[in-house]
Ligand binder design. Sequence first.
Ligand code: GAR
Length: 204
Amino acid sequence: MHNLGVLLSGRGSNFLAIADALSSGTIPDTQIAVVISNLADAPGLTAARNRGLNATAIEARGRKRAEHDAEIITTLQAHKVDLVCLAGYMRLLSPGFIQAFPQRILNIHPSLLPAFLGLDAQTQAFEYGVQIAGCTVHFVDEQLDHGPIILQRAIPVLPTDDAHTLAARILEQEHIAYSEAIARVLSGNYEVLGRRYVPKTGDD
Ligand code: GAR
């Protein structure tokens, strides 16, 4: 059985999509062991509790990043987490966090990386005038929105779109992409060559 740890800061729709994928068997032999938020009032934390999951707030306010991260690492390890999923977790991770879970931390970002890093990526993309937008699930490394890409999903920007409708349609794709990426990583049926995620063919 694989144990996921989900980190979130907000409404938690990606977390809920992952939880639904687990319930429906899309991601086999896997459970959410713990949900952690840096914000005690994150709606995603309430949603996790409503589903009967272990859910805990570890607040960052007034603490050094490394010290805050160390408490999160301890909590993840206590729940025997083998894959960490950032789902709208709006904090950078310290190097110690990355090293504690090498190539075992995933993030979802609402753009086709490497375009539009950081906050409000959907609005950045809309205002830039891109005609293709989308989302990316990637391994987390020490740089913002940067590690090797596991999966991307693209959608056209429609002439009728505004930043909100575009973000909503990207979010639909996020909800599909994240579970698919988790299943890919947990299958172990891939290697990372430089920055490239390469599925194994099954011939070897
Ligand atoms: C999602 O759109 C996610 O891609 C984005 O925050 C939103 C969280 O929504 N993450 C980032 O921008 C990370 N750089 P959710 O709480 O409903 O999953």
